[in-house]
Design a protein around this ligand. Structure first.
Ligand code: NAD
Ligand code: MN
Length: 505
C-alpha cells in the first residue's frame, strides 16, 4: 500500500492495560463504568480493557463536538495553522511509528509488513491533507452584467465516523484527516474488535494541539453508539466504512435527518488475467491482491478470471506459490499471512468454503482452519484456492472477507468484462495485459471505483478510493474527499451603479 519504513519492531509486552474514551479533550471512563476486552486474534489472549461508551457518553461526545464546532476556534484558524497542526499529528505518529505498528499487530493479528505499510499510510494521509487543504477553495463564477458570484467551502459540521476492524488505524486516518483539514469536529466510533490505535490517535491529536472537543473517540457497540450517532439531530454527517447490509441500514436511518452520508462498503473485486500478460507479474500480483491482510480487505481481488489459453499454467503457478505463503508469528518479518480477526469470522470463512464444496467446486489448496505452531489458540485459516465454480454459487457472489479466492476461465475480452461486472459490488478491479489499448478499453468498461492495471496496489494518499453500485458512494483518500466534508455556499452580489427595482414600482 505504501512505503515501508525499515525499523526494528520488537515483540512487545502490552504495557498499558486500560484505554479510555476521549471526550472533550479528556480521557474518561464510561459513565456507567462498563468496559470490554480486546483480544489478540493470533493468540486468543486478552490484551487490554477498554472503556465502553454508553448512550450518555455518546450524547456527551456529540455535545462536545457541537460546542467545538459552533463556538470553537478550530474552523476559524487560518488554513496554514490547521495545516501545521495536522502535520504535527503526522510527525508525532512518525516518532511513535513502532509503537503504533506493535499495537496494531497485537489488536488485529495482522502481519508486520501489512501493519507497517498501513501505519505509514495513515501518517502520509495526514501529510497529504495538510497539503491538500491549502489549495482547497471556492470559485469565482462568471455571471452576466454587474453581478458577481463566488463560492465558499464551509465545513459541514459535526461528523460521526464509523470504522471497521480490518484497517483500524488507516481507516481512522482516512476519516479524521480530511474532516480536520476543512474544520469539522468528529466523533469516531472504532470497531469493538480493534479500538486501540484509534484511541492513541485521538490522544495524539490532542498532543498536537487540536482543540478539545474537535476529536472525540468513543469505542462502543454498533447498535447502541452507532445508531445513536446516526439518528442524532445534531450530527450533520455520517461517514461509514463497513459491510453493505449495515451501510444500507445507516443510510435509511440517516435519511430521517437528511444527514450527509458517505459509505465505503463491501466488495467482490474481479481480477482479469489476459493471455498476453506478464505471467509471473500476474501470478505475484494476484496472490497479493487476495491474500494481503489475510484477505480481509474490502478491495480484495477475490474473483480471478484467467484466459483459457493460459489457464492451466497460471493456475499451477498460482497454487504452488499459495502453498509457499507462510502463516506464523505476526511479528516475524517472514510471515505473509496473519490471523483472521475472530472465531466468528473464521466460521464465516469456513462456511463459505463448505458451501463451495457442497456446490461441487474443487479446492485446489487450503480449505480448512489452519494449525499454526505456537498459536494454537488463535484464529487462522489456510490460504484457499477454489476452482470449478460458476456465477450461481454463493462463494462467487458474496463477500467472504478471508483468504479465499475463486478462479474461473474466460475466452475473450467481451466475456471477461461481462463476468467482471456480473456482481452487485463495484469497488476494486484489476487487469493484467501488455496491450495498452486493451488495458484502456477494459478499464473504461469495468463498473468499479478502482481499476488496477498490472498493479497490485489499490490506494495511495491522493488516489480516490470508493465504490460503484452496492460498494457505496463517496470517495476517500483524495482531494474530492474535502468536498464531501464541506458545503458549498454561493454568494451573489450586485455592483451596478443604479439601484435595482425588479418589480418596477
Ligand atoms: P461492520 O459493518 O460489521 O461494522 C463496521 C462498523 O459499524 C463497526 O464499528 C460496527 O461497530 C459499526 N456498526 C455496526 N452496526 C451498526 C449500526 N447499526 N449503526 C452504526 N454503526 C454500526 O463491518 P466490519 O465487519 O467491521 O468490517 C468489514 C466490512 O467492511 C467488509 O464488508 C468490508 O468490505 C468493509 N470495508 C470497506 C472498505 C471500503 O473502503 N469500501 C474498507 C474496509 C472495510
Ligand atoms: Mn483485538
Amino acid at each position: 500500500m505504501s512505503t515501508v519504513q525499515e525499523t526494528k519492531v520488537e515483540k512487545p509486552e502490552m504495557k498499558r492495560k486500560f484505554y479510555h474514551l476521549i471526550i472533550n479533550g479528556e480521557k474518561l471512563e464510561s459513565s456507567n463504568g462498563t468496559t470490554f476486552k480486546t483480544y489478540n486474534p493470533a493468540t486468543g489472549e486478552v490484551i487490554a480493557e477498554v472503556a465502553k461508551a454508553s448512550k450518555e457518553d455518546t450524547e456527551k461526545a456529540i455535545q462536545a463536538a457541537r460546542q467545538a464546532f459552533d463556538y470553537g476556534k478550530w474552523k476559524k484558524y487560518p488554513v496554514n495553522k490547521r495545516s501545521r497542526t495536522i502535520n504535527k499529528i503526522a510527525s508525532i505518529m512518525r516518532a511513535r511509528f513502532n509503537e503504533l505498528v506493535e499495537l496494531e499487530i497485537l489488536d488485529t493479528g495482522k502481519s508486520l509488513h501489512a501493519a507497517q505499510g498501513q501505519v505509514m499510510q495513515a501518517i502520509e494521509d495526514f501529510e497529504f491533507y495538510a497539503s491538500a487543504i491549502v489549495g482547497h477553495r471556492g470559485a469565482v463564477n462568471s455571471v452576466p452584467g454587474p453581478f458577481q458570484n463566488y463560492t465558499e467551502k464551509e465545513p459541514v459540521g459535526v461528523c460521526a465516523q464509523i470504522i471497521p476492524w480490518n484497517y483500524p488505524l488507516m481507516m481512522t486516518a482516512w476519516k479524521i484527516a480530511p474532516a480536520l483539514a476543512v474544520g469539522c469536529s468528529v466523533i469516531v466510533k472504532p470497531a469493538s474488535l480493534t479500538p486501540l490505535t484509534a484511541i492513541i490517535l485521538g490522544e495524539i491529536c490532542l498532543e498536537a494541539g487540536v482543540p478539545e472537543g474537535v476529536v472525540n473517540i468513543i469505542p462502543g457497540s454498533g447498535s447502541e453508539v452507532g445508531n445513536y450517532l446516526v439518528e442524532h439531530k445534531q450530527v450533520d454527517k455520517v461517514a461509514f466504512t463497513g459491510s453493505t447490509p449495515i451501510g444500507k441500514n445507516i443510510m435509511e436511518r440517516a435519511s430521517q435527518t437528511l444527514k450527509r452520508v458517505t459509505l465505503e462498503l463491501g466488495g467482490k473485486s474481479p481480477n482479469i488475467v489476459f493471455d498476453d500478460a506478464d505471467l509471473e507479474a500476474a501470478v505475484d500480483g494476484s496472490l497479493f491482491g487476495i491474500f494481503y491482510n489475510t484477505g480481509q480487505s474490502c478491495e480484495a481481488r477475490s474473483r480471478l478470471y484467467v484466459h483459457e489459453s493460459i489457464f492451466d499454467e497460471f493456475v499451477h503457478k498460482f497454487v504452488e506459490k499459495t502453498k509457499k505463503l507462510t502463516l506464523g508469528d505476526p511479528f516475524d518479518k517472514g510471515t505473509h499471512i496473519g490471523a483472521v480477526i475472530d472465531q466468528n469470522q473464521l466460521d464465516v470463512i469456513d462456511g463459505y468454503v463448505k458451501s463451495a464444496i457442497e456446490d461441487g467446486a474443487d479446492i485446489l489448496t487450503g480449505g480448512k482452519v489452519a494449525q499454526v505452531k505456537g498459536f494454537e489458540n488463535g484464529f487462522w485459516y489456510e490460504p484457499t484456492v477454489i476452482a470449478n465454480v460458476n456465477h450461481k454459487m454463493k462463494v462467487v457472489n458474496e463477500e467472504i472477507f478471508g483468504p479465499v479466492v475463486v478462479i474461473m476461465k474466460f475466452s475473450d475480452e467481451k466475456e471477461a468484462i461481462k463476468l467482471a461486472n456480473d456482481t452487485e459490488f463495484g469497488l476494486g478491479s484489476a487487469l493484467w495485459t501488455k496491450d495498452g489499448a486493451r488495458a484502456t478499453r477494459v478499464a473504461n468498461q469495468i463498473q468499479a471505483g478502482i481499476v488496477m492495471v498490472n498493479c497490485p496496489f489499490s490506494a495511495f494518499p491522493g488516489t480516490p478510493f470508493g465504490g460503484y453500485k452496492q460498494s457505496g458512494f463517496g470517495r476517500e483518500l483524495c482531494i474530492e474527499t474535502l468536498d464531501l466534508y464541506t458545503e458549498t455556499k454561493s454568494i451573489i452580489s450586485y455592483y451596478g451603479s443604479r439601484p435595482l427595482n425588479p418589480f418596477g414600482l
